[in-house]
Design a protein around this ligand. Structure first.
Ligand code: AMP
Length: 211
C-alpha cells in the first residue's frame, strides 16, 4: 500500500504525473480540483458552494475541503494506495491529513512563475471527456476539437490572468510553508517541472526509490 501526495504550482504537470504514477502502480488518483469541477459541471449543492471561489482562483475553505477529502478517502477503493493531487494546500490541511494518514512520500514539482503563466494560459480541456491539451506541446489535430471524442475544447474558467495571479500568491504564501512542513519530516521528493513529462516522471520514480 502506497500513499503519495503530489504538490506543485498551477501548470506544473501535477495531474499528468499523478495519472502516470497511478497507472503504473495501480493507485487511485484523487484530484480535489477535479472533484470540485465535476460538482460545478453537474450543478450539485457542493458545486454551487465552490463555483465562484474557484473561478476567482481563490482557495475553497479548509472545512469544506477537508470534508470532501475525508469522504473520498473513506470510500476505501484504494487497495494498492492512492496519490492525492491538489491537497493539502495550506499547513492546516497538512496537519489534518498527517493526523489520519501515514504518507510515504510527497512529490514537489518545481516551476518558475513566468512559465506558469505561459502554460496555464495555453491550457485547454475537452468539455465532454475531460482530456487535457495545451496549445504549446499537445495541440489537437483540428483546432478546438478533442482528438478522442470530438468534444469542444474549453479553457478552465480559472485559467485567466487575474485568477492566475491570485493562485500564484496563495501558492507562495500558503502552499510553500506546507511543503516546508513535509520537508522537515523528510518526505519530499523534488522534480524539475520544466522538463518533458517522461523525464519528470523518471525523476519522480527515482526519488521515490521505484526506478
Ligand atoms: P486545481 O485543479 O488543483 O488547480 O484546483 C482548482 C481549484 O479548486 C483551486 O483553485 C481551488 O479553488 C480549489 N481547490 C482545489 N484543491 C483545494 C485545496 N486543497 N484547498 C482549497 N481549495 C482547493
Amino acid at each position: 500500500m502506497r500513499k503519495y501526495v503530489i504538490m506543485g504550482i498551477q501548470g506544473s504537470g501535477k495531474g499528468t504525473q499523478a495519472k502516470m504514477l497511478a497507472a503504473d502502480l495501480d493507485l487511485v488518483h484523487i484530484s480535489v480540483g477535479d472533484i470540485f469541477r465535476w460538482n460545478v459541471q453537474n450543478h450539485t449543492k457542493l458545486g454551487a458552494q465552490v463555483r465562484r471561489v474557484m473561478a476567482a482562483g481563490e482557495l475553497v475553505g479548509d472545512d469544506l475541503v477537508e470534508s470532501v477529502v475525508r469522504d473520498r478517502l473513506t470510500q476505501h477503493d484504494w487497495n494498492f494506495g492512492f496519490i492525492i493531487d491538489g491537497f493539502p494546500r495550506d499547513p492546516r490541511q497538512a496537519e489534518f491529513f498527517l493526523e489520519s494518514y501515514d504518507i510515504d512520500g510527497v512529490i514537489e514539482l518545481d516551476l518558475p512563475d513566468s512559465e506558469v503563466r505561459r502554460r496555464v494560459l495555453n491550457r485547454r480541456l475537452c468539455g465532454d471527456c475531460g482530456l487535457d491539451y495545451n496549445l504549446i506541446h499537445h495541440r489537437p489535430a483540428v483546432a478546438d476539437v478533442c482528438d478522442v471524442c470530438g468534444g469542444s475544447l474549453v479553457a478552465r474558467p480559472d485559467d485567466n490572468p487575474e485568477a492566475i495571479k491570485s493562485r500564484l500568491a496563495d501558492y507562495h504564501a500558503k502552499t510553500e510553508p506546507t511543503l516546508e512542513l513535509f520537508r522537515k519530516k523528510g518526505l519530499i521528493v523534488r522534480a524539475d517541472g520544466t522538463k518533458p513529462a517522461d523525464e519528470v516522471y523518471q525523476q519522480i520514480r527515482k526519488g521515490l526509490g521505484l526506478a
